[in-house]
Design a protein around this ligand. Sequence first.
Ligand SMILES: *[C@@H]1O[C@H](CO)[C@@H](O)[C@H](O)[C@H]1NC(C)=O
Ligand SMILES: *[C@@H]1O[C@H](CO)[C@@H](O)[C@H](O)[C@H]1NC(C)=O
Length: 299
Amino acid sequence: MASPSHLLLIVFLLPALAAFSNAGNIAVYWGQNGSEGSLADTCNTGLYSYVMISFLTTFGNGQTPVLNLAGHCEPLSGTCTDLTAHIRQCQSQGIKVLLSLGGDIGNYSLSSNDDATSVARYLWDNYLGGSSSSRPLGDAALDGIDFDIEHGSPDHYGELAQSLVDLGNQAGTKVYLSAAPQCPFPDQHLGPALQAVTFDYVWVQFYNNRDCDYSSMVSGVAGAWKMWASSLQSSAVFLGVPASAAKDDAGSGYIPPDDLTSQVLPAIEQASNYGGIMLWNRYFDRISGYSVAVRNSVI
Ligand SMILES: *[C@@H]1O[C@H](CO)[C@@H](O)[C@H](O)[C@H]1NC(C)=O
Ligand SMILES: *[C@@H]1O[C@H](CO)[C@@H](O)[C@H](O)[C@H]1NC(C)=O
């Protein structure tokens, strides 16, 4: 029944819809608390567009990479391969699932460009579109890699990111890149990589940083946000916030849902590259109901 003019309308509307669906998304970290529910349950809530499996805590400098998923499963005994079905379940709902590198606790660094290239190859073969006899999460290919680099040298992360993109290009698949810098601009660990390579999603951590998180009021958040959004024009930039006021969620930066929707989001969402919010983490969001409370305003 589609007349040529209807088809034309669809052709024009599709890119607009795709651009629109890019906004108003919620990203969440999953993997650091065995009581947060399974990966599939997390995706089945319908609350999230991006889930970062956290963390690959050891990599680089010739070390054997270590995946740490707290109480969820034991990578060394192979029980994390059950996650393949969960990853596919999430992806079938249009949710992007990424592996997060780094975190607060871990032993990671890149010693050279060759080291970066070999870590990229490892990630491609073991978590992305490549193949290996010992894939920790089984056969499902993740959508990309998240960089949550919080200590050590900032060197060579740009080469790691570029190598991942190149490996994807060679295979004809897109490897999505995301990063979680701290809100003081520029970030001391991820700044150089973010300058060198275009990341698809950047979820800036507006917590544990009193100079720019909500401890310094809306103006503190808005000031830092402006620098991040304007310097990363080609990335979707997200406001990273604690999912609850609990002391063991984040030391500072909690924004009550009403304040987020009435004061903070209006101050940041005009940026053309505003992408939505990121929550640390699923465990706390599950108890607090933060994303349920704010989701209709995260547009
Ligand atoms: C989950 O996090 C809470 C709060 O930090 C902690 O009390 C609990 O022990 C954690 N549970 C597991 C299974 O890691
Ligand atoms: C980190 O790895 C290096 C190299 O393997 C090792 O010498 C060091 O002791 C490790 N540090 C920690 C805290 O595990």
